[in-house]
Design a protein around this ligand. Structure first.
Ligand code: GUN
Length: 280
């Protein structure tokens, strides 16, 4: 079997076009503030892409760049200002923050109504309780790719590899809400390969280059690769060994061009949703 390749670029472009149409009819521009601390080059690229994509759908985006020497108190003051700014509908603090920050306390300072990353305890709690409001962007993108590929989730055995707050845990919650039977596997799971082989839907979000091999994938399974790993030779690869797994899977996302573009498109959607519910 050769897998259907799920084209995240295409699905994201369709979503962005829909968002642009909806935003054009609003009569106001939703506002997004992205906060970037320090000079991590990968983060700088992500933030530039977010800024550009926001402008492309009619969102007024601003990036607040803060030096590495910024203190916790300085950053909390910036967030307090953005919380109070009526033109700002969405606030995103690019992660990871430099090591001297208490990341959880920073996220907790964001007004949950403006938390377009869906990471505040309020939004994480609403998702866990089955009444989601703002849902983390990458997990939301994963669900949209599954829907676009026509994958049935009800009653399906799904396995999420990785238990991060940003991806693994919220993906598991969303798959559960979609009536899949979900296993959340991680670095301490006994016999990961065997667990993965049982899955009809496999979502890999561990940040380990090409960890998922062909003999971890069931015949015909749907494989969603959230990983983006830069190899020493400069190549960008996922958490899934794409070339060998596509020969076994029924459907699979590439890296790049799979989940990545969906994350940004979903951030834009969350900004619109936050703007609509704040300004109601
Ligand atoms: N860094 C990598 N992915 C993300 C994300 O989805 N949100 C934020 N804030 N930072 C990230």
């Amino acid at each position: 079997m050769t897998a259907h390749i799920i084209d995240g670029k295409q699905v994201a472009a369709t979503l962005r076009a829909e968002l642009a149409t909806r935003i054009a009819s609003l009569g106001f521009r939703p506002g997004l503030a992205v906060v970037l601390v320090g000079d991590d080059p990968a983060s700088a690229v992500y933030v530039r892409n977010k800024d550009r994509a926001a402008g492309g759908v009619g969102i007024a985006a601003r990036t607040i760049r803060l030096p590495m020497a910024t203190t916790q108190a300085d950053l909390l003051a910036v967030i307090a200002d953005l919380n109070a700014d009526g033109d700002v509908d969405g606030i995103l603090v690019q992660l990871p923050l430099p090591a001297h920050f208490d990341q959880a306390a920073v996220i907790n300072a964001i007004d949950p109504a403006k938390d377009v990353d869906g990471l505040t305890p309020t939004n994480a709690g609403l998702l866990a309780a089955g009444v989601p409001h703002l849902v983390p962007c990458t997990p939301k993108g994963v669900m949209k790719l599954l829907a676009a590929a026509g994958i049935t989730l009800r009653g399906t055995r799904a396995l999420v590899l990785g238990r991060s707050v940003l991806v693994g845990k919220p993906v598991a919650a969303l798959l559960t809400a979609a009536d899949a039977t979900v296993t959340l596997a991680h670095s301490r799971t006994r016999d990961l390969a065997a667990e993965c082989r049982r899955a009809e839907v496999l979502v890999a979000a561990v940040g380990r280059p090409e960890m998922v091999r062909a003999d971890w994938v069931a015949d015909g399974a749907t494989v969603i690769d959230v990983g983006i790993n830069r190899l020493a030779d400069g190549r960008l690869v996922g958490d899934v060994a794409f070339d060998e797994c596509r020969a076994v899977a029924g459907a699979i996302t590439p890296v790049p061009g799979g989940v990545g573009p969906m994350t940004i498109a979903c951030l834009l959607e969350n900004t619109l949703l936050a703007a609509l519910s704040r300004r109601r």
